[in-house]
Every structure is written in C-alpha cells, then in structure tokens.
Design a protein around this ligand. Structure first.
Ligand SMILES: [Zn+2]
Length: 278
C-alpha cells in the first residue's frame, strides 16, 4: 500500500514513493520498481522490534543491540517481502572500496564478507547495505541481469566505490553503463554533513570536488555533499544523468524516520537497503 501524501518527501516528482505494510515503512524508487524482476527497498527505522536507540528496525549486530531483536527484524522484512531470511546477504562493512561478486550458486554466501559493495547476476540473492548517514547506492542493469549495492561513506566516496562498482559490472557481467539505473537512497545531506579540511582534501579525486563542499559557519569546516559526489562518480563512470535518481532525503534531518550516526550519535541503529533480482 502506498502512502497517499508522504509528509516529508521534499519533491514527489523525484521518482520515489513510500510504501508500508503494518508498521513497516520503506522508500522505493519508481525507476527500479518498473523493472519487473527487481525487488528493492530503502528501509526506514520503523516497523521493527529493537528498543532504545535502536528503535526499531535495526539491522546491525555490531552497534550494541540485542542480536535476538536484529534477527527478529530480519524475519519481519523477510516475511513482508516474501523472501527467505537466509537469502539476505549482509556484509561486515569496513569503509573500504572492496566489492564482492556473488556468482556460481553462492546464494547468501559471498566469497568475502568484509567489503562495502556486492554485485550479482544470480536470482534470489538479496544484496544488503546497512546505513545510518552513509550513502546507499543500488544499481540495476536494465538489459542484462546484473545488480549491485554499495555502501559509500566519505572514505568509500573518496575511493570512488560507486564508479568502481559500475566498472566491475561491465568487466564481470558485460553491463553497459548506459543501461544502468543507479539509485541513491536516504543519506546525510550537505545541510548536516560538516567535515574538516583534511577530509575535504581526501575528496579531491571526486569529479568537481571543489563544488562538492561549501564553507561551514565554523571556520576551517565544510558542508559536504556526499550524495552529490556519488552522483558525479556514477555519471563519470558512464551512467546517464537521467538514469541516476537521488532520494534527496537527509537522514540527520529526519531522525524520526531514519537512523543517523551524526544526528543521534552512537549508539544508534542501521537501516537496511537492499536489491534482489527474482
Ligand atoms: Zn540534513
């Protein structure tokens, strides 16, 4: 069921919609939803069973939440989307740029767990990225079967992980970048993401990096546009601008709906973002 008038979608024409099932609330990209064999969601923090700072749909076991609650949250999402819980492939995300490829029947069991991106051409593997401010990017080849999911905080962005994922899809699956739909989910926006000069300097390989950061009210600090940086990297890797969709939702501005590392401090939870090819 789609919510009639989501109260905080800044611009309904951006190509996203909220859907819900009971208390579970998630964001969808219309462009991905139009791909008949792709299932995806940018989950919010709503609809789970975790308590306190993890209230309620936390997907990380490494932030201090009760593992039993995280497992129940996984089962809630599994049931809502009709996908076996064992098919959800989660990673130990390490803010690097390593990307694992699931192929050859390794469903639910990638060759490498400590990495920040997952690609697949398999049916049924649910590529999961957990975030609380970092940028989740979901990728789908509209002609072939490749899909991808990327975790891009400032370190991953500085290393260009989104563009790397596009190039890897081409190398491994024969994907043409022009056929990719790339969707940037809820992440901390330039409104709330202040960085210091050393972090800004780390971004200098990002196309147009000087425009990416604007001076903060605090001297020597910058307000950094991580979603925008990922958009530029995807475009530089050959994804057409009109195929790149950014939810434009700041996690720190909307803490009633999203976990936010900056907005709430630790401990806080991690929301799930996922994509699967049927
Ligand atoms: Zn904000």
């Amino acid at each position: 069921m789609t919510i009639e008038t989501p109260f905080f979608i800044p611009d309904a024409s951006r190509g996203f919609r909220f859907s819900r099932q009971g208390e579970l609330l998630w964001l969808e990209s219309l462009a991905l939803a139009e791909q008949g064999d792709v299932v995806h969601a940018f989950c919010t923090r709503r609809g789970g069973v975790s308590a306190g700072p993890f209230h309620s749909l936390n997907f990380s076991v490494s932030v201090g939440d009760d593992a039993v609650c995280v497992e129940r949250n996984r089962k809630i999402v599994s049931a809502a989307f009709g996908i076996p819980a064992a098919h959800f492939v989660t990673l130990r995300q390490v803010h690097g740029d390593d990307i694992a490829v699931i192929e050859g029947g390794t469903l639910g069991n990638p060759p490498k767990r400590s990495c920040d991106g997952l690609l697949s051409v398999e049916s049924g593997s649910v590529l999961c990225i957990k975030t609380a401010d970092c940028v989740p990017v979901l990728l789908a080849d509209t002609r072939r079967r490749g899909i991808g999911a990327v975790h891009a905080g400032w370190k991953g962005t500085a290393r260009g992980i989104a563009g790397k994922a596009v190039r890897l899809m081409t190398a491994r699956f024969g994907t043409r970048p022009a056929d990719i739909i790339a969707v940037i989910g809820p992440a901390i926006g330039r409104c709330c993401y202040e960085v210091d000069e050393p972090v800004r300097q780390e971004m200098r390989d990002v196309p147009g990096w000087r425009e990416m950061c604007v001076p903060s009210v605090r001297e020597g600090r910058w307000m950094c546009d991580l979603p925008g940086a990922n958009r530029r990297q995807l475009a530089a890797a050959g994804v057409p601008e009109e195929h790149i969709h950014d939810a434009g939702l700041c996690t720190a501005c909307h803490r009633e709906v999203f976990f936010s590392h900056r907005g709430e401090g630790e401990p806080t939870g991690r929301q799930l973002n996922f994509i699967m090819r049927r």
